[in-house]
Design a binder for this molecule. Structure first.
Ligand SMILES: CC(=O)SCCNC(=O)CCNC(=O)[C@H](O)C(C)(C)COP(=O)(O)OP(=O)(O)OC[C@H]1O[C@@H](n2cnc3c(N)ncnc32)[C@H](O)[C@@H]1OP(=O)(O)O
Ligand SMILES: CC(=O)C(=O)O
Length: 531
């Protein structure tokens, strides 16, 4: 029989304290449903009464499917629970549970609360009793517990024990300032569980030494049975324990999975990567590619020696299977790779090639030469695909660019306003016909060039109608022989497919033009345009 370990999500409360994060009400509702769907036991919605959004959330969020929890502080010193407006908001909120934050460090009681240790203990007692009287499940977040324990263990333990004896189901030990180390957490939680049963002890770790996940696991090793954390590690300052790392660890690592059970099933585990990306999308943040388990690079290898072994058996260089968390494996082609990376990439793009084909070596040499002058094929798979298809002779000569010209003019117009006008002209040869000349005005040189290029490609025009440039990134590189510019362009088409191409040149317009041309030719190849 496995021990049940409970997961408590505080994305909507501590996560809302993240610098740069501002949830809307619909974000909060969507996140709450997403958390319930993956099997999180407790969802802390926010702090009713602290702001109109959180108050409204508790009016609207019903039947979430997890224990929906309201957060707030214990009664203020010198007031009764019945006469504390903050407590009243908390007790009136439509929540299944109430989580009180309580002081447990005597220094904080003196300096921040400006009261006595006895009054703090009374405040914990009264607050828990008031919530119990309203039939709520009660949790007490013991703020600064670890720092408090180091300064005055008797007082910190008295606070935790008071909460427990008054009927709190959970006494949650908080590493509020995030400075405690795993061996300290394990030792201190070990002391707490002698006084409060581990089945009622939780951990709330902040990530200020990047050990919030390790600290949470250390607490579990010492007997704690609730972990508080957030999606993608959101939270005050450096964040909270990242549930996207904790959940797979608890599910997939025998040290935990063999004796502990969480509410997340295997199917939900397989949706974790999607959940993580969805949160970033809502927050308009670029996902952390290097996030453990769910990051885009978590199961990607550039190294040739690794790729060669992975092709034989992925377990050689993977600690868990990417599919378990809904992620995927990728072997990239770059200057760090060998024939195995190239073969894997050729298979991915659907080019069937004998593994002894000498052109594999040729392609690898070209990639390495071009990476040395600034190309980055691992970031521009569409340009790699074109390069590979050209080496294997499968890209038709669709379009030949005979000339292009960009003119940027800055002037004062008839209304006495300063204006900058950019015009690009492109001359291309398509098949045997007359050369085609197109001009376009854009908001900048690359925009103008893009518009002119795509204005008239003769018989290929119909294939590129839905093509759109969606991102443009420039980096100046110093390769030792003077600065060169690397341009990465992301494009999208009417099917929603997107791809990235690269151009490199000492001249930014030239680099952009190469990336634009690769994007167009890639689209023609994708669309199966005839030669
Ligand atoms: C470790 C954590 O993350 S705890 C959660 C922190 N999150 C937040 O603070 C976000 C939401 N907070 C808020 O919107 C506001 O701070 C409110 C509405 C809660 C309170 O606002 P205000 O009444 O204006 O008080 P203010 O924020 O200035 O100060 C907090 C007060 O609570 C008191 N307090 C702090 N913790 C506790 C506690 N655990 N129990 C009782 N009182 C407490 C402080 O001593 C201070 O009292 P004072 O005004 O007499 O000095
Ligand atoms: C409660 C809380 O967020 C903390 O102590 O860090």
């Amino acid at each position: 029989m496995k021990d049940r370990l409970y997961l408590y999500d505080t994305t909507l409360r501590d996560g809302a304290q993240t610098n740069g994060v501002d949830f809307t009400l619909s974000d909060k509702l969507a996140i709450a449903h997403m958390l319930a769907e993956i099997g999180i036991d407790y969802i802390e919605g926010g702090y009713p009464g602290a702001n109109p959004l959180d108050t409204e959330l508790f009016a609207q969020a019903h039947s979430i499917g997890a224990t929906f929890t309201a957060f707030g502080m214990t009664r203020r010193p010198g007031r009764s629970a019945a006469n504390d407006p903050g407590m009243a908001m908390l007790l009136d909120a439509h929540a299944d549970a109430i989580c009180f934050v309580a002081k447990t460090w005597d220094y904080h009681v003196r300096v921040a609360l400006e009261t006595t240790p006895e009054e703090n203990l009374a405040s914990i007692r009264d607050s828990v009793a008031a919530a119990k009287a309203r039939d709520r499940e009660v949790l007490v977040d013991c703020e600064h517990f670890f720092d408090g324990f180091k300064a005055n263990p008797d007082f910190a333990l008295a606070c935790a024990e008071t909460a427990w004896r008054e009927g709190a189901r959970w006494v949650v030990l908080c590493d509020t300032n995030g400075g405690t180390l795993p061996h300290e957490v394990e030792r201190i939680v070990g002391e707490v569980v002698k006084r409060v049963p581990g089945a009622h002890v939780g951990i709330h770790a902040h990530n200020d030494t990047e050990q919030a996940v390790a600290n949470s696991l250390a607490a579990v090793r010492a007997g704690a049975r609730q972990i508080q954390g957030t999606l993608n590690g959101l939270g005050e300052r450096c964040g909270n324990a990242n549930l996207m790392s904790l959940i797979p660890t608890l599910k997939l690592k025998p040290a935990y999975a063999d004796h502990l059970e969480i509410g997340v099933d295997d199917a939900a585990l397989g949706r974790l990567t999607r959940v993580s990306r969805r949160l970033d999308e809502m927050l308009n943040r670029a996902p952390n590619r290097h996030a453990p388990y769910v990051g885009a690079s978590a199961f990607v290898t550039k190294a040739g020696i690794h790729a060669s072994a992975i092709l034989k058996d992925p377990a050689t260089y993977e600690h868990v299977a990417p599919e378990a968390v809904g992620n995927r494996r990728d072997l990239l082609v770059s200057d760090q790779g060998g024939r195995s990376n190239v073969l894997a990439e050729l298979a991915r793009i659907g080019l069937t090639v004998d593994k002894n084909d000498p052109r594999i070596g040729t392609l690898l040499d070209v990639v390495k030469e071009r990476q040395a002058i600034g190309y980055a094929y691992e970031s521009a798979p569409a340009s790699f695909e074109l390069l590979a298809r050209r080496v294997f002779g499968t890209v038709p000569d669709y379009v030949e660019v005979l000339k292009f010209d960009v003119n940027v003019e800055h002037r004062i117009n008839a209304l006495n306003k300063r204006v900058t006008a950019t015009v690009a002209v492109v001359k291309v040869q398509v098949g045997d016909g007359e050369p085609l000349i197109s001009a376009a005005e854009g908001i900048g040189p690359v925009h103008a060039l893009d518009l002119a290029l795509r204005k008239d490609l003769g018989k290929y025009q119909e294939y590129i109608q839905g093509l759109e440039l969606t991102d443009y990134r420039v980096r100046i590189l110093d390769g030792g022989t003077g600065a060169v510019t690397r341009v990465l362009i992301e494009s999208q088409d009417e099917t929603g497919a997107s791809w990235t191409t690269v151009g490199v040149s000492p001249n930014i317009i030239d680099a952009s033009f190469q990336a634009l041309m690769d994007s167009i030719v890639y689209k023609l190849v994708r669309s199966g345009a005839p030669a």
